[in-house]
Design a protein around this ligand. Structure first.
Ligand SMILES: [Ca+2]
Ligand SMILES: [Ca+2]
Length: 150
């Protein structure tokens, strides 16, 4: 009977000190929450990347160098000729570096076209560029256009 009273007293002490509640609280604890998703505020900045886009017929951004930064592919065409090229994109401020893909189409003539596309045409993982040969809309809008990829 003495042990019974000790047990009752022990239980009363545990109840009054909140021991059982603290055990419950320990069980309720959840693992630390995953890092909260960081929502970036939409913002635009302005940078000059090319000095002159005079005589450009078309341009498209695509990572032709494969460094993860978009480059700017373009067709330059004027009465004296032109070329297919790209400016190498960079994260740093400053003008982008000019690179010429082809001075003219394989069969001669001019690169021209109001549209320019780049994609991995042969599936080797490198971006390829489609160049369009055409004399120009003002010269002969109905002329046949030849397409080449580089
Ligand atoms: Ca690039
Ligand atoms: Ca390719």
């Amino acid at each position: 009977m003495k042990n019974y009273y000790y047990s009752i007293a022990f239980a009363a002490i545990m109840l009054s000190t909140g021991f059982f509640e603290s055990c419950k609280n320990v069980k309720k604890e959840e693992p630390p929450a995953a890092e909260e998703e960081v929502i970036k505020e939409l913002a635009f900045e302005q940078r000059k990347i090319v000095d002159s886009a005079k005589f450009w017929w078309a341009h498209t951004p695509e990572d032709v160098t494969g460094d993860g930064i978009a480059d700017l592919v373009f067709i330059n065409n004027n009465s004296a000729g032109g070329y297919l090229g790209y400016f190498k994109g960079q994260k740093e401020e400053g003008l982008w570096e000019l690179n010429i893909i082809a001075e003219q189409p394989t069969t001669g003539g001019l690169f021209a076209g109001g549209d320019l596309e780049a994609s991995d045409i042969d599936g080797d993982g490198d971006i390829d560029v489609i160049g369009i040969k055409h004399p120009g809309e003002w010269t002969d809008a109905g002329a046949t256009a030849e397409l080449f990829w580089y």
